[in-house]
Each structure stands twice: as structure tokens, then as C-alpha cells.
Design a protein around this ligand. Structure first.
Ligand SMILES: Nc1ncnc2c1ncn2[C@@H]1O[C@H](COP(=O)(O)OP(=O)(O)OP(=O)(O)O)[C@@H](O)[C@H]1O
Ligand SMILES: O=C(CO)[C@H](O)[C@H](O)COP(=O)(O)O
Length: 407
């Protein structure tokens, strides 16, 4: 797919989105596109934008949705995912230093906070949280994700987490894989229908609390009371608007307190479940030993070093929001990451390209949070499944014209 863009940005006082073919240039279909941002709902930013843009035919972008509350490991997951494709991910070159976007050779990760229609002051004035749909512009989110999927570059707004304001937009070109991560990738049905695969990171309240304390007290100087208050304040909207999205996810990574230590409240040892929907095109759930059977496995024998409280795996079929699913569970943590190869060799359908690829990825990012437990392991596995999904979709598209000529 060829991608090229020439554009200018200037204020425009009308609210419209028009795409008019004007001429063909260098073999590309040039269009004039009027971009607009969400200013009509934003009290502090009333600028609209117009651009002249060349779009190139394409429409090969696959779209992945990753939903989770703030501070639940989305960035860590994204770093693992982009690493599976190789190459480093970085913000758009020469752009806004506070951009939330990460671009690598294959993937572009956009943060859906950029579709906040109310900035920090606007939310305060209206008494709504960022989780409330009224603080977000789903029309624009839909239009832009659709445009990217169709091979058209967009001018995406930027929500600046440092200033709390909406900054001038940045240009996003259609990538091979577009990941939309944030609070609401599966909230709006139009956006949901554009997703080729969706993931929900479901962090239980106990664990979320432990992680937030660790980060916000150590790194951001917040007090225990203020962390508790912020979690409590978000909870009603989290329950109403964020949590229900997990019913739509193709894969859910659920993070719970361990069952290996009675009454554990430290949140250091975790029980993590990978819930995988059956019947999703291009996605074959991972299994342990025997597909479809129910398995409980404590691998702490001669091949795996396990200090207290040990490690326990479980696998089996289940239902989740009325869907048939396969669930792989890991409780506990690895003492020695290099020994993970022993566990990897007992898993099937993991979509690796060579023996030991999961272990290699985990060792490569041993310093990322969760590398010694099921969060890191399952995030890595989902990354490999996304690569596989991408390759299968690409292969089916490549063979489609061939099939058509045969018919
Ligand atoms: N698997 C994990 N195990 C332990 N702690 C974790 C794990 N994942 C994330 N954390 C903790 O949560 C914090 C936030 O992680 P991360 O930045 O990946 O989340 P996020 O969802 O992108 O957050 P935000 O939306 O606030 O930017 C980390 O600094 C770390 O303290
Ligand atoms: O839930 C969030 C998503 O990450 C943030 O709280 C939301 O984006 C508002 O951000 P800020 O606190 O920087 O104004």
C-alpha cells in the first residue's frame, strides 16, 4: 500500500467534512479534505482546520482495540506488542513533544484520550469525568478510525496530559496495524465494528489499588488518601462505561489477587487469566496439553524453580457473557525467567515463529512490569496472536484477487 500525504492546516469556520477528488498526481488519487476537530464541544479551543491532502489507495490497515482503565498496564502491553513486530516505537518525528501516539515500522498506537471533547477545565466545569461519554467525541473517533482503515490519513487531535488542554492536531498516516488504546475503544458500536481484534485488560480493584499506590506514591508524590479518593471518584463511571466493554472483547486478561497465599493483600503475587473467545476469525485460542479438556498443572518439579508460594496453571473451557471461551490461568510467579521455556513447550497454538520465542521476548523485556508473572506472559502471547492475525488477514487479501481471476 502506498501512503503519501501533502497537507496544509489553516483555520476554517465551518463544521464540515468534505472529500472532493481534484486531480491525479504522480499516480495517486488526490483529494481535498476538510478536517475538523471536536471544537464545537470544547469551550477552550474553537479552532477548526482545513487541509489539502493527497490520499493513496489502500485500506489494508487492520485495527486492534485495547481497552483498560488508566494505570492498568496499557503502555506496558503496547511496548510488548510493538516489540513482537521488531523495531522501536516513538512519537511522530518533529511533532508535539506531548503527543500520545507511538509509531513503529508496522504499528501506530493512538491513545483515545485524544478524543476527549472536554479538556480538564471543561470537565471540571461540567462536573464530568474523562470516563463519561459526554467528555468524548465518538463521532470524530469513528470517522478517523474508519478513514485510517480505508487508507486515508487524518488530522487527529491531541489531548495534552501535561497541560490538560487540547493541542493542535497531528497527522496520522494509515499504518499496517492501527492500535486504538484507551478508555473506550469498544464503547461506540460504530468504532467497535471497525475492530479486527479487541482486548480488555481487566484489573481487579485490589490489584489496581496496589499498582496505583506503587506508581503514584513512589513516582508522583501522591498520598495514600488521595489515591484512594481518586479510585473511588472514578468507580461509578468506570462501572457504567468502561467495565461493560469487556463483554465485546475477543481476549480478556484478568488480573486477580493470588489464591496461593491465604488472605494476601499485598497484590505482589498475581493470579492472571487469559480468556479467549471461541470462533473468532483468524484467532485460535492457546491451550495447555489437550485442547478443550480441563487441566490443572503445578509445574514446580525438576524443570522449574518455584519458591513459595509456587506456580499453578489451569486451563479449560468456560462461558463468558454468554460466549464460549477457553481460559488459561497462571497463579504465582517465575523465579528464573529462562526456565519459562519449560512452560512454553507445554503450550500449543501460541503462534510463535521459532521454538522459545515467548521466552526470548520475556527475557528481552525482563525489566517491564509483570515480566515474572502471568501479566507479562499473557500480554506476550496476545502480541504473538495479533501478529498471526495480521499475517493471516494479509495472506487472505493477497490471495483474494488470485481467487477472483480463477473464478
Ligand atoms: N503487569 C504489571 N505488574 C505490576 N505492575 C504493573 C503491571 N503493569 C502495570 N503495572 C503498574 O502500573 C503502572 C502503569 O502501567 P502502564 O503505564 O503500563 O499503564 P497505563 O494503562 O498505560 O497507564 P496510563 O493510562 O495511566 O498511562 C506501572 O508503572 C506499574 O507500576
Ligand atoms: O483516565 C484517563 C485516561 O488515561 C485520564 O484520567 C484522562 O485522560 C484525563 O487525563 P488527565 O488526568 O491528564 O487530565
Amino acid at each position: 500500500m502506498a501512503v503519501c500525504t501533502v497537507y496544509t492546516v489553516q483555520p476554517l469556520n465551518t463544521s464540515c467534512s468534505i472529500s472532493t477528488p481534484t486531480k491525479t498526481h504522480m499516480g495517486f488519487n488526490q483529494k481535498q479534505v476538510f478536517f475538523f476537530n471536536n471544537s464545537s464541544k470544547n469551550t477552550n479551543n474553537n479552532t477548526r482546520f482545513r487541509g489539502n491532502k493527497i490520499t493513496c489507495s489502500g485500506g489494508d490497515t487492520i485495527v486492534i482495540g485495547l481497552a483498560a482503565d488508566s494505570g492498568c498496564g496499557k503502555s506496558t502491553f503496547m511496548r510488548r506488542l510493538t516489540s513482537v513486530f521488531g523495531g522501536a516505537a516513538s512519537p511522530p518525528k518533529g511533532g508535539n513533544p506531548d503527543s500520545n501516539t507511538l509509531i513503529s515500522d508496522t504499528t501506530t498506537v493512538i491513545c483515545l484520550d485524544d478524543y476527549h471533547s472536554l479538556d480538564r477545565t471543561g470537565r471540571k466545569e461540567k462536573g464530568v469525568t474523562a470516563l463519561d461519554p459526554r467528555a468524548n467525541d465518538f463521532d470524530l473517533m469513528y470517522q478517523q478510525v474508519k478513514a485510517l482503515k480505508d487508507g486515508v490519513a487524518v488530522e487527529k487531535p491531541i489531548y495534552n496530559h501535561v497541560s490538560g488542554l487540547l493541542d493542535p492536531p497531528e497527522l496520522i498516516k494509515p499504518p499496517k496495524i492501527l492500535v486504538i488504546e484507551g478508555l473506550h475503544p469498544m464503547y461506540d458500536q460504530r468504532v467497535r465494528d471497525l475492530l479486527d481484534f479487541s482486548i480488555y485488560l481487566d484489573i481487579s480493584n485490589e490489584v489496581k489499588f496496589a499498582w496505583k499506590i506503587q506508581r503514584d506514591m513512589a513516582e508522583r508524590g501522591h498520598s495514600l488518601e488521595s489515591i484512594k479518593a481518586s479510585i473511588e471518584a472514578r468507580k461509578p463511571d468506570f462501572d457504567a462505561y468502561i467495565d461493560p466493554q469487556k463483554q465485546y472483547a475477543d481476549a480478556v486478561i484478568e488480573v486477580l489477587p493470588t489464591r496461593l497465599i491465604p488472605d494476601d493483600n499485598e497484590g505482589k503475587v498475581l493470579r492472571v487469566k487469559l480468556i479467549m473467545k471461541e470462533g473468532v476469525k483468524y484467532f485460535n485460542p492457546v491451550y495447555l496439553f489437550d485442547e478443550g479438556s480441563t487441566v490443572s498443572w503445578i509445574p514446580c518439579g525438576r524443570k522449574l524453580t518455584c519458591s513459595y508460594p509456587g506456580i499453578k496453571f489451569a486451563y479449560g473451557p468456560d462461558t463468558y457473557f454468554g460466549h464460549e471461551v477457553s481460559v488459561l490461568e497462571m497463579d504465582g510467579q517465575f523465579d528464573r525467567l529462562d526456565e519459562l521455556i519449560y512452560v512454553e513447550s507445554h503450550l500449543s497454538n501460541i503462534s510463535t515463529k521459532f521454538y522459545g520465542e515467548i521466552t526470548q521476548q520475556m527475557l528481552k523485556h525482563a525489566d517491564f512490569p509483570g515480566s515474572n508473572n502471568g501479566t507479562g506472559l499473557f500480554q506476550t502471547i496476545v502480541g504473538l496472536k495479533i501478529r498471526d492475525l495480521f499475517e493471516q488477514i494479509a495472506a487472505s487479501k493477497a490471495s483474494a484477487p488470485l481467487e477472483a481471476t480463477k473464478a
